[in-house]
Ligand binder design. Structure first.
Ligand code: NAG
Ligand code: NAG
Ligand code: NAG
Ligand code: NAG
Ligand code: NAG
Ligand code: NAG
Ligand code: NAG
Ligand code: NAG
Length: 452
């Protein structure tokens, strides 16, 4: 899920330096505080097909916004990873989509006029601020209020006691939420069973939501979004000082049954030391115009072991902040800048030895009929990244089952010249990713979940 507007990007960069006084927080636990938080990530497959595209990239071509004939969310990977958060005093359990491409942590609040109804996962569909003794909205004049996009600051009356800090936060597809930027006590159930409490989490208490990402089936009854981005109001930024300013996750394979547990690890955790496979690293790049995103740089792309002749400028993040490649846990498919996408598609078409299905599959440019083939041989895709490391995911990370015996190449083109490429969560599954914000690098290794 991608944040569209960056109205305060420069301000946000500046305020990174002064974050602690603005968002003062404190932590406590019943048991000795660990130096990291290990939280289970739940995969909730989407309940219906439109979800595959609805959380996706804003520069989608028209055809991908059509309903896709998908048999089930789980088999196609049209899912989102959720994490549980306990908010308020006494704590109210909430399920939030874990999103590396946005910053704001927000939940639907009871004042929400048009938040959709509850689902099986959340008997209570919203957070009730009035049932919490620790809830307090930021005042519109608070310095913290400068950290959220809030069009009405000029209307702020400094002396009026009840002038809550309003925000208006938009995602790439035009989805939007407004509400009060507030403070609340939060707690996390860690995987070891301990509950870690955190006071003064700055979050959005939403009273409107709109747009397909936030109201469609892909939102899947979530209570809100857990922003893991690089900006000052994201969860890792708020917890960073305490937990070593990095986080890791592994997203387990959607297609395994039962789905193994995935984890989000906030902070320390010697993930490199514990693993049998050493981590590979690539630098995380900063785009001052989109300070939320974790950019990596693609150097070249290989299909079937052959390096494709793609102009490196296709992947470049330019000086106006256009282009580049973002790692996004909240988007399912992978989007690749267009001249590159076409070359990759052509290379796949040349190498795939399997027949195409009788009918084309709407939304995908390449599908193969694998019925009767027990172990279909599919070409390998790999990305050579800056720093020399190679990200070589297995075919199940980029071929999805769209019908019985039909697999489709789960890549989409980005046609706008100002668009950027996105590595979605399907492409990431089975790998451990470590977002090391202090060292500004992304680590990755196969068989990640076992390491965590
Ligand atoms: C999408 O399709 C509609 C009708 O087919 C057309 O009017 C519209 O301009 C298209 N939008 C884009 C972004 O191509
Ligand atoms: C947190 O852990 C407690 C105790 O183990 C459990 O009762 C509760 O359901 C958990 N809450 C969430 C949101 O996972
Ligand atoms: C749901 O909300 C009601 C009213 O606020 C509360 O009494 C109840 O405990 C809540 N249930 C859960 C599971 O949080
Ligand atoms: C900002 O103020 C205007 C006029 O007072 C109002 O119409 C608008 O809804 C406000 N916007 C938000 C996000 O509160
Ligand atoms: C600001 O609020 C105070 C106290 O409520 C009120 O007296 C004053 O008139 C307000 N100022 C403006 C410009 O609205
Ligand atoms: C919710 O309310 C907002 C603001 O009034 C509106 O823009 C949006 O379309 C509404 N969403 C739904 C799902 O009705
Ligand atoms: C992490 O583990 C490695 C290998 O076991 C070890 O050499 C290193 O000192 C550890 N680092 C920390 C910070 O514990
Ligand atoms: C796939 O090929 C088999 C024959 O090998 C055929 O019976 C089946 O209808 C094909 N499926 C599709 C979706 O084209």
């Amino acid at each position: 899920m991608l944040l569209l507007t960056h109205p305060l990007s420069l301000l946000s960069l500046l305020s990174l330096l002064t974050l602690s006084p603005l968002l003062s927080t404190s932590l406590s636990t019943a048991t000795p505080t660990p130096n990291y938080l290990k939280l289970p990530l739940l995969l909730l497959p989407s309940s219906s097909s439109p979800s595959l595209c609805s959380l996706n990239h804003h520069r989608l071509k028209n055809k991908t916004t059509a309903n896709l004939p998908l048999s089930s969310g789980a088999s196609t990977g049209s899912g989102q990873y959720f994490t549980a958060l306990l908010l308020g005093s006494p704590p109210q359990p909430l399920f939030l989509i874990a999103d590396t491409a946005s910053d704001l942590v927000w939940v639907k609040c009871s004042a929400c006029r048009n938040c959709s109804s509850s689902s099986a996962h959340n008997p209570n569909s919203t957070f009730f601020p009035r049932h919490s003794s620790s809830f307090s909205p930021h005042h519109c004049f608070d310095s913290a209020c400068q950290l959220v996009p809030h069009p009405n600051r000029s209307h702020c009356n400094r002396t009026r006691l009840h002038s809550p800090c309003r925000y208006d936060y938009s995602y790439a597809d035009g989805s939007d939420t407004t509400g009060f930027f507030s403070r609340e006590t939060t707690a996390f159930n860690t995987s070891s069973g301990a509950q870690v409490k955190h006071e003064g989490l700055a979050f959005g208490c939403a009273f409107t939501v709109s747009g397909p990402s936030l109201t469609g089936p892909s939102f899947n009854g979530a209570h809100g979004v857990l922003g893991l981005g690089r900006g000052p109001i994201s969860l890792p930024s708020q917890l960073g000082g305490r937990f070593g300013n990095k986080f890791s996750y592994c997203l387990m394979d959607y297609t395994l049954s039962p789905t193994p547990t995935s984890y989000l690890l906030i902070g320390g955790g010697n993930v490199t030391g514990a693993g049998k496979k050493p981590m590979k690293y690539t630098p995380l790049l900063i785009n001052p115009l989109s300070p939320t995103f974790y950019y990596i740089a693609i150097e070249s792309v290989y299909v079937g072991g052959v390096k494709l002749r793609i102009n490196p400028l296709v992947w470049a993040l330019d000086e106006s902040g256009n282009g580049g490649t973002v790692v996004d846990s909240g988007t399912t498919l992978t989007f690749l800048a267009d001249p590159g996408y076409r070359k990759i598609l052509t290379a796949f078409k040349q190498r795939v030895k399997l027949p195409q299905p009788a009918e084309p599959t709407l939304g995908f440019d390449l599908c193969v009929n694998v019925s009767g083939v027990s172990r279909p041989s599919l070409p390998r895709l790999s990305f050579k990244l800056f720093g020399g490391s190679a990200f070589a995911p297995p075919p199940r990370n980029y071929f999805v089952d769209t019908a019985d015996g039909v697999k489709c190449l789960a890549l989409q083109p980005v046609s706008s010249p100002s668009g950027f490429s996105v590595i979605g969560n399907l492409m990431q599954q089975g790998f451990l990713f470590e977002f090391d914000r202090d060292r500004s690098r992304l680590g990755f290794s196969r068989h990640g979940c076992a390491v965590l």
